[in-house]
Design a binder for this molecule. Sequence first.
Ligand SMILES: CC(C)(COP(=O)(O)OP(=O)(O)OC[C@H]1O[C@@H](n2cnc3c(N)ncnc32)[C@H](O)[C@@H]1OP(=O)(O)O)[C@@H](O)C(=O)NCCC(=O)NCCS
Length: 156
Amino acid sequence: MRELIRSDLPQLEQILIATGAFNGPEVACAMELLEIVLNDPTQSDYLVTVAEHAGKVCGYILYGPVPVTEGNFDIYWIATDPAVQGQGMGRKLMEHAEADARKRGARMVCLETSSQGGYERTRTFYERAGYVMESCIRDFYKPGDDRLTYVKRVFL
Ligand SMILES: CC(C)(COP(=O)(O)OP(=O)(O)OC[C@H]1O[C@@H](n2cnc3c(N)ncnc32)[C@H](O)[C@@H]1OP(=O)(O)O)[C@@H](O)C(=O)NCCC(=O)NCCS
């Protein structure tokens, strides 16, 4: 687990595309957030941890304190290379981000995901990591595609 460096960007973009979970605008949005982190060392809204294994970048997590809240952190993005999925890398990234959030005063961590069938594995991943679904906004992303918010409150 290490900090983001500029030369990670092409590999992270490849991973985002390879997951098959994100459309073009979503990949562009994810890359934009990584650029913000690299281009503005003074910003503190977004934190990134990159996972590297055997010299190869294999995933990342982007998280940060939610502005105008007290001790609420959000996990904005997480992705692991399909070649390593199911081997514990996602969980390690999550635990790393949670431990860091806790050091920074987190009370709770939230994350959002889609209700669509393609995200079932992702939802299982969050539930196994101790997150509980606390809200659902129906048709948020598009008709029939709800926004689910998962919360973990171990930081009280
Ligand atoms: C979600 C994601 C980050 C998980 O990463 P990962 O490296 O596969 O995660 P892990 O190997 O640490 O797996 C942890 C848990 O995920 C679940 N999981 C892993 N592989 C699974 C599979 N093949 N089927 C169902 N659940 C699975 C399990 O619940 C596992 O818990 P367990 O170890 O107690 O059995 C990864 O699948 C991914 O990049 N998905 C596409 C992108 C995405 O949806 N991101 C989230 C939205 S921003």
